[in-house]
Design a protein around this ligand. Structure first.
Ligand SMILES: [Zn+2]
Ligand SMILES: [Zn+2]
Ligand SMILES: [Zn+2]
Length: 146
């Protein structure tokens, strides 16, 4: 009796996890994402830098990584597709253009981006304000120094 129950539970688990996968399937990765000649790496799903991890209306920026000088839509994209660990931009290099607006293709420096009030200075599109919670993944912060 006990083992039958275990098998039943196992079947339930398998069914559950396969239906979860089916729900995620419609978000297909695009073969190539490029904005004004700038290639977006990782797992983009459209031509405005949205990716399999972040794809709301507001997720329209890509970040150039300090380690490889390539634009990725997000940290997870880099983690899953790059063959190295990421490094963050040191404060001394915050004037480097490393943020790409997926709507108009404007490149912002890290300082410009941090002062942008989450709005593209060129096309006025709104950026996801939640990105600021992840600054430490991309940029040197006071807490990452410790
Ligand atoms: Zn990298
Ligand atoms: Zn991503
Ligand atoms: Zn823009």
């Amino acid at each position: 009796m006990k083992s039958t129950l275990k098998i039943l539970l196992l079947i339930l688990l398998v069914v559950e996890s396969s239906s979860l996968m089916a729900q995620q399937a419609p978000l297909l990765q695009v073969i190539r994402s490029e904005i004004k000649g700038i290639n977006i790496f990782g797992k983009p799903v459209d031509q405005q830098t949205r990716c399999q991890h972040w794809h709301s209306d507001l997720d329209i920026i890509a970040i150039k990584f300090h380690c490889c000088d390539k634009y990725y839509p997000c940290f997870s994209c880099h983690e899953e597709t790059a063959d190295h660990s990421p490094s963050v931009w040191p404060k001394a290099e915050f004037d480097t253009k490393a943020i790409l607006c997926g709507v108009c293709g404007t490149e912002l420096s890290i300082t410009d981006y941090q002062n942008s009030n989450n709005t593209c200075p060129n096309c006025k599109s709104a950026f996801n304000p939640g990105c600021s919670k992840h600054y430490h993944l991309y940029f040197e912060t006071d807490s990452s120094k410790k």
